[in-house]
Design a protein around this ligand. Structure first.
Ligand code: HEC
Length: 207
């Protein structure tokens, strides 16, 4: 018996090897049987009636679409201008202080003037960039009405993340109340633009 089989039997071996390889491939193994996957009866949403709820179940539609949220709006729009903050009670300011400490101080700083540890600073360029001071002489809160601040918390800003999903409506308004207690953060703190002639002589009175 020679160690080199004749050419014909070599072709036969190659053919047998090919058939064997095809035979164990997953496609070939599944072929006669896997078509039932394509013919499966798909269950289509809403095609059947939903089963009745078990007895005693109480619908809590408020959990899915809370009704006690202020209507959402785009900052600065006419709709936004109609949003009014609830009365700023002491309890609400306290709640706002707590929520501000958790959600805002990391970027805007505890007093709204000196930015917090997450705000970008020289040497830490990978931190949150572009954080604005809310309070103090250059604070942005004095330029923004309550609805603007509320909607910024709820929907975020150009860079600032949104917090509407993390707190209740009451908590967001409470933060607005607290921000107003920070130095120089009352709405309209800067002097309004006045007619130059009329302003003459008033500069001493309104330094
Ligand atoms: C992760 C950092 C970060 C946190 C946390 C954060 N902010 Fe900001 N905030 C920013 C940045 C950055 C800007 C400026 C760019 C922008 O408007 O997105 C900003 C801007 C603002 C502005 C000015 C928006 C404008 O254009 O007038 C207000 C008001 C504000 N933040 C309030 C808050 C309040 C209130 C909280 C807490 C609920 C808060 N921010 C939490 C990063 C943050």
């Amino acid at each position: 018996m020679s160690s080199n089989p004749p050419r014909r039997s070599r072709r036969w071996i190659a053919g047998a090897a090919a058939v064997a390889a095809l035979g164990v491939s997953s496609v070939a193994l599944g072929l006669p049987w896997d078509i039932d996957m394509a013919d499966t009866q798909a269950v289509k949403a809403y095609a059947q009636r939903m089963p009745d709820l078990p007895e005693g179940v109480v619908a809590q539609s408020n959990l899915l679409s809370p009704k006690d949220y202020t209507t959402n709006a785009v900052r600065g729009s006419a709709d936004a201008a109609t949003l009014l903050a609830p009365v700023a009670t002491d309890e609400r300011k306290q709640l706002g202080e707590k929520m501000y400490g958790i959600y805002c101080a990391p970027c805007h700083g505890a007093d709204g003037v000196k930015l917090g540890p997450v705000a970008a600073s020289e040497g830490a360029p990978d931190r949150m960039p572009g954080v604005l001071a809310l309070a103090g002489p250059n604070g942005v809160a004095q330029l923004r009405d309550d609805s603007w601040i509320y909607l910024t918390i709820r929907n975020g800003g150009a860079v600032m993340p949104a917090y509407g999903h993390t707190m209740s409506d009451e908590e967001m308004w409470a933060i607005v109340h607290f921000v107003r207690t920070l130095p120089g953060a009352a709405y309209g703190t800067p002097e309004p633009a006045v007619d130059e002639d009329a302003a003459e002589g008033e500069e001493e009175a309104n330094p």
